[in-house]
Design a protein around this ligand. Structure first.
Ligand code: 1HN
Length: 374
């Protein structure tokens, strides 16, 4: 007769602790019975299942841009880009998430690298994505046949299920960062993926200064009257640095003139929005650019959900829970759920921080909470 020796994944230990039944042979026997039948009692688990406040599994962690760039360049020399692997993208793996390519429990963040003349093949997926460019230019991302230039400071959202490919038309390699809701899609088992053409058409290899999407949607406060419906994600494929920079600079000027328009004195911030409904650019991700005047600091803030930051420019000090780092251009770090965050620009340079987070998910579920220490 075959004996089923598959071990139960349930492991229960009788321990003497407040709120726990006293260990005894009968209790051990009960727990072995639970294990055999794949049952877990609430009284052994309640502290982990129902903490008094979020206790993220993720760790606060920082990745240095010079290390990311160096390894991405090395990958550029030895790893081809093509069908199958799809992208030369190298993800931040949070040290507390078991080696998975997850920066936080919901967010993927990666450095992507494309050599001169290279093409990343066309595909589409339901995961929402964006690119943000901390340095360089020369790559065009081609979205549904629309070639969109990528340059320093540009933010390029890429809503799920749009065809996209990338093409480096320059004589230099280029790196940028990708943010996607891959871990969230993974847990919710809602992913679809489809390959497109191996090579985009010659007509899409053009390098126009302005994409079709910008010509239609990239005019502040103006929308085409032929397109009045609210869309779940932004149709604008590039938010240019000249506009972001000016919005931040003018917010700080108004702050100087005594208008209360910043988050705190010397801390300007703008959110990238969907021009069809004024909300976040993507259904699952919130993206913002923050600027701290030289010497200025943010308030200390914590919120449900997680964020990833990249230093766009300047130097300063950031605190995430009990960690503190001196930061410079390109450095990336993670702020887990409900962990306090603050930043301070160095005394002599302003600090620009690009931020993306999963707040739209929490807001949609009425689970978003923010606490600010004033
Ligand atoms: C993807 O399509 C891109 O298009 C970047 O650049 C990162 C990570 C996983 C799956 C698809 C891109 C990705 C990705």
């Amino acid at each position: 007769m075959a004996i089923d020796v598959t071990p139960s994944p349930v492991r229960l230990k009788a321990v003497a602790a407040p709120g726990q039944p006293d260990p005894s042979p009968e209790l051990e026997q009960l727990y072995r019975g639970f294990e055999r039948e794949l049952l877990v009692p609430l009284w052994t688990e309640i502290g982990d299942l129902m903490p008094l406040h979020p206790q993220s599994k993720a760790a606060a962690h920082l990745w240095r841009w010079d290390r990311l760039k160096e390894l991405a360049a090395q990958a550029g020399r030895i790893v081809p880009v093509g069908r199958g692997g799809e992208r030369r993208a190298i993800a931040l793996a949070n040290p507390a998430l078991g080696g998975k390519p997850y920066a936080t429990p919901t967010l993927w963040a990666a450095i992507q690298y494309l050599m001169p003349g290279e093409n990343a093949p066309e595909h589409r997926h339901t995961q929402h994505a964006f690119r943000f460019v901390v340095e360089g230019e020369g790559v065009w991302t081609v979205v549904n046949g629309d070639a969109v230039r990528m340059s320093r400071g540009d933010f390029l959202p890429q809503a799920g299920w749009n065809w996209h490919a990338h093409h480096n038309a320059a004589s230099e390699p280029m790196a940028w960062i990708d943010g996607l809701d891959i871990p969230f899609s993974y847990y919710t088992e809602s992913q679809f993926f489809e390959v497109g053409r191996d090579r985009i058409g010659a007509a899409e290899m053009t390098t126009p200064d302005r994409s079709r999407s910008e010509r239609l949607w990239g005019h502040p406060g103006l929308r085409p009257v032929s397109r009045t419906g609210a869309l779940p994600a932004t149709p604008l494929l590039a938010y240019r640095w000249v506009d972001t920079d000016r919005a931040l600079a003018e917010q700080l000027e108004l702050d100087d003139e005594g208008e209360t328009c910043t988050l705190s004195p010397g801390h300007a911030a703008v959110r990238f929005t969907n021009p069809t409904n004024g909300g976040d650019v993507l259904p699952t991700m919130r993206t913002e650019m923050h600027r701290l005047r030289a010497g200025a600091a943010t308030l200390t803030r914590r919120e449900t959900g997680s964020s990833v930051y990249q230093v766009f420019d300047g130097t300063g000090v950031v605190s995430v829970g009990d960690k503190q780092w001196d930061v410079a251009r390109g450095d990336m770090f993670v702020v887990p759920s409900w962990v306090p965050f603050s930043a301070q620009a160095s005394p002599t340079t302003q600090l620009d921080l690009f931020r993306f987070g999963d707040a739209p998910i929490f807001e949609a579920l009425h689970a978003h909470r923010v606490q600010i220490d004033r």
